[in-house]
Design a protein. Structure first.
Length: 133
């Protein structure tokens, strides 16, 4: 009887240990993939920062996705132009039209979104860009 109780207790401990190790591995994997998304966002922001000011930065953010081995459409960017300074973001920013030239003092707000291709992790970063020196 004592041997049976010892085996049951030992089995419970081993089961708890296996569950804990599995949880640790799952968490570690998730953290790694989330850090991949953050890396892609940082690289995309850097590519945008280095690019000349223009109305479309799709090629710059796609380069960041491709550098990580992701599909090009895993990273998207939207470009808005500052038209007023009322303090109301809905009124101050409008989508940047590509049919007009970007002027020297235009201020742009870029919303860069990265979606991990294998898991449901989506992160967004907002970058403000202008050529004012």
């Amino acid at each position: 009887l004592e041997v049976l109780i010892s085996i049951v207790l030992l089995g419970s401990l081993v089961t708890a240990l296996v569950v804990a190790v599995q949880a640790m591995l799952t968490t570690s994997s998730s953290v790694f993939e989330i850090s991949e998304v953050e890396t892609v966002l940082i690289n995309a922001s850097d590519q945008v920062d280095r690019a000349e000011q223009r109305c479309d930065y799709t090629d710059a953010v796609e380069a960041a996705a491709l550098a990580e081995g992701w599909p090009a459409d895993a990273v998207t960017v939207s470009v808005e132009l500052l038209v007023d300074n009322t303090g109301d973001p809905a009124a101050d920013w409008i989508p940047q039209p590509c049919d007009t030239a970007v002027r020297a003092f235009d201020v742009q707000r870029l919303t860069i979104t990265a979606t991990h291709p294998r898991i449901a992790v989506v992160r967004t970063r907002i970058v403000v860009k202008s050529e004012v020196e």
